[in-house]
Design a protein around this ligand. Structure first.
Ligand SMILES: Cc1cc2nc3c(=O)[nH]c(=O)nc-3n(C[C@H](O)[C@H](O)[C@H](O)COP(=O)(O)OP(=O)(O)OC[C@H]3O[C@@H](n4cnc5c(N)ncnc54)[C@H](O)[C@@H]3O)c2cc1C
Length: 409
């Protein structure tokens, strides 16, 4: 018997969802349906009622999602995935009632499911707090001018989280504000960047006299750095990229070596499984993967217990080394075939080349390897902080390159 055929106990979440679906679901998954799901609080069951939720637990939200699945209906419990999780959870925590009413239905109904992050600038990536895009208040709008770069998905985004400087007379972290804006505002120009893989996933984004409604501000004016920490936490959680090593996880009873089956398979295919140098390399990468898995479990436990996520920096750094080495080994095992970057001619070689190039993303996006080392040295090993020439200095007086104007702005 299928789950949906089992009657749900009255008074339970499952029962409530089932009876709501019986009254409302007519088998058409369209924009109107998604809106109805949002208004009923099923799209984000764990959010509070003033944020289109129902204040349910994560476990109860899973029940909501499975009841929807069983009925073949979509749109439920989407608050923990993708951009809606990232932007939505930040708005739920910091947004004004007006902003919540305006943007949460769009994020939850799929209208704004594609968004981008307008953070990095040509002169400010690692030193994000040194950003120079400015937002000047004129009545009930902010006029925004500046340039962003490496904006993943900017070309297809419907909305964006934007960091801009709103006060130049205070130290760098204290004068930044955080906005959630539509990407179709006049004055936003998106230019794709061609990557070494041949694709264009990132963009330059130019903002020229963009009039952003003051209601788009998330949190208090000039408190953007604090708001950003929530968005970054959500980004790390939804991407999960700091923690991953192999696919093996806590409680996984698979044999120890299954974690490196991909490498063993590549060596076997190349007829090099008996080569001692290859075996040694596989064992080296395998041990990194295992240690990273243990670290991931430790970091996850620490985060669940309400601790910081500094340990995740260890995982992100380890993952860089694991990805580079794994794909470099597979590339070498291909021999001369690896030189052919042509999907039609050799799909497998293309895939390995492509993944080898992509593996370097992990060393840059979300904070470079060097920045992870800084975090590890300061927050885990307790070493002294590096020299900060701009500490406590009004941002206007900080030496800067990039798009700075003669008046320091
Ligand atoms: C795949 C990918 C997707 C991205 N998506 C987005 C996006 O959607 N939105 C967005 O806003 N940004 C995005 N970025 C940008 C990314 O966050 C930045 O590239 C990254 O923070 C590094 O900044 P940068 O490129 O300006 O390099 P820089 O900060 O100029 O660094 C250059 C070099 O100097 C080193 N360095 C800098 N400061 C220090 C220091 N204090 N100590 C030691 N070494 C240091 C760095 O490690 C690096 O090797 C993305 C990047 C990638 C690769």
């Amino acid at each position: 018997m299928k789950d949906s055929a089992v009657p749900a106990a009255p008074g339970t979440i499952a029962g409530e969802v089932r009876s709501w679906l019986a009254d409302n679901w007519h088998g058409v998954d369209d924009a109107a349906w998604r809106r109805r799901v949002v208004e009923a609080g099923w799209a984000a069951p764990t959010w509070p009622r003033d944020a289109f939720g129902r204040g349910l637990s994560r476990q109860e939200a899973k029940t909501v999602a499975s009841e929807f699945r069983a009925a073949g209906a979509r749109g439920a419990a989407v608050e923990h995935t993708g951009f809606p999780a990232l932007a939505g959870n930040t708005v739920v925590e910091f947004g004004s009632p007006e902003l919540k009413r305006e943007v949460l239905p769009k994020l939850l109904s799929g209208e704004w499911s594609r968004g981008c992050l307008l953070y990095s600038e040509p002169g400010n990536g690692s030193d994000l707090a040194g950003l120079q895009t400015r937002a000047e208040r004129h009545g009930d709008v902010f006029v925004v001018n500046g340039q962003k770069i490496w904006t993943t998905g900017g070309h297809e985004a419907r909305c964006a989280l934007l960091l801009a400087r709103t006060d130049w007379d205070v130290p760098k972290h204290a004068g930044i504000s955080f906005f959630l804006i539509p990407m179709d505002l006049p004055g936003i120009e998106v230019r794709p960047i061609k990557q070494m893989t041949g694709e264009s996933d990132f963009n330059e984004v130019f903002l020229t006299d963009v009039r952003v409604p003051a209601s788009a501000l998330i949190g208090e004016l000039n408190d953007g750095w604090r708001v950003l920490q929530t968005a970054l936490k959500e980004e790390r959680r939804t991407m999960g990229f700091e923690l991953g090593g192999s696919k093996r996880r806590e409680g996984d009873r698979a044999p120890l070596f299954s974690a490196s089956n991909d490498l063993i398979e590549a060596a076997r295919e190349a007829g090099r499984l008996d080569d001692p140098a290859v075996r040694q390399e596989i064992m080296r990468i395998h041990s990194w993967r295992l240690v990273n898995d243990w670290n991931a479990i430790r970091a996850k436990k620490q985060i669940e217990a309400g601790g910081g996520s500094s340990l995740a920096s260890l995982g992100k750094l380890a993952k860089s080394r694991i990805l580079h080495s794994s794909w470099a080994l597979k590339f070498r095992l291909l021999g001369a075939r690896g030189l052919l970057y042509d999907e039609a001619a050799d799909k497998q070689a293309y895939e390995v080349d492509h993944q080898l190039m992509w593996s370097f993303i992990n060393s840059i996006g979300g904070g470079t390897d060097q920045i992870q080392r800084n975090i590890i040295s300061e927050r885990i090993l307790g070493l002294p902080k590096g020299f900060e020439p701009d500490r406590g200095v009004p941002f206007r007086d900080v030496r800067k390159g990039g798009n700075a104007r003669p008046d320091g702005k």
